[in-house]
Ligand binder design. Structure first.
Ligand SMILES: [Fe+2]
Length: 308
């Protein structure tokens, strides 16, 4: 089956570009790399051209989730697996690929949450001008967690078709998954809910100080902290969750278990209790994960291209 290289980027629709730019640049600590012709803002926390892309829209939502594959042959394997499972796949045209600085790019809708996943084979690297950490030593875009009412069906889709592996799960509530063979405990999470939505997005940071400094920076700048600091039992990661200007929940996490590709440990089942999510007993603001609308997928084009 296809092999993932990384969780590459997330595209978000935001209602107030200036406020969101300020938040992702000055509060989270991303570097702005480019502004598109229609005001799209590209940010990064690595040598990639982008790890977050913001689009201006009347309603805030998750626009898509971008995954980078290891090679063209991985793309062909994924394409075949999606076709076998009757998922409609759309090839992104040359103009949009140029806009995104990406190689071959496909998109499809996860039928269970409604989220659009994008897979691409390469993205322009900005090696000459490395990412410069500012307010936090961000390591990478870490993961995204989606919610779905069709939890069991969705889990089967992610594991059987998208080649994700379960690392741990809280019984009947949430499964933490590796997009194989990315080693981190989770690059993706799937939670049971009454509707399809995004719960949160995550950046992994390099030091515990990034968590503590982040908390006080948020508080001093009237950014709403919705949970933390705390520590997740499943992954061992310390966490801090805050809201972006549209209410999207954004997490910093420090430290995460890594899995070997061969002979990884088996997933553990945790009881559906608050202690399974946080060792430290941090209270949860009800706004956490509450605003995570998903943009409806664009209609498939009339002519569908075949894999190369
Ligand atoms: Fe998380």
């Amino acid at each position: 089956m296809h092999r993932h290289l990384k969780l590459g980027y997330l595209a978000l629709n935001v209602t107030n570009m200036e406020a969101s730019k300020k938040f992702y640049e000055s509060m989270v600590g991303l570097n702005l790399t480019e502004i598109g012709a229609n005001g799209e803002h590209f940010f990064r926390c690595s040598d990639d051209h982008h790890n977050i892309v913001l689009y201006k829209k009347d309603q805030a939502s998750l626009k898509r989730i971008g995954w980078e594959l290891e090679s063209e042959s991985d793309m062909n394997q994924l394409y075949s697996a999606l076709e076998r499972s009757k998922v409609k796949v759309r090839e992104v045209d040359a103009a949009e690929r140029a806009f995104l600085h990406q190689g071959r790019t496909i998109r499809f809708e996860d039928p269970f949450s409604g989220a659009v996943h994008e897979y691409y084979t390469d993205q322009r690297r900005l090696g000459g001008t490395p990412f410069e950490p500012t307010v936090a030593k961000i390591q990478k875009l870490g993961h995204v967690v989606l919610k779905t009412p069709r939890y069991e069906d969705a889990l089967a889709f992610y594991m059987d078709v998208l080649n994700f592996r379960s690392s741990d799960f809280v019984e009947g509530m949430i499964t933490f998954m590796r997009a194989f063979p990315i080693p981190y405990h989770h690059s993706f999470g799937l939670a049971k809910s009454d509707k399809g939505a995004m719960h949160h997005l995550n950046f992994m940071v390099s030091e515990v100080d990034d968590i503590g400094k982040g908390m006080w920076r948020y508080k001093k700048n009237d950014v709403v902290v919705v949970r933390g600091p705390g520590r997740h039992p499943p992954s061992g990661a310390m966490f801090l969750y805050a809201l972006d200007p549209d209410g999207h929940t954004v997490e910093y996490s420090f430290g995460m278990e890594e899995f070997p590709e061969v002979s990884p440990r088996k997933p553990r089942q945790l009881p559906p209790l608050p202690e399974s999510i946080d060792f430290w007993g941090a209270p949860t603001d009800p706004r956490m994960g509450a605003t995570g609308n998903i943009e409806k997928a664009e209609a498939a084009p009339a002519k569908k291209l075949q894999p190369a």
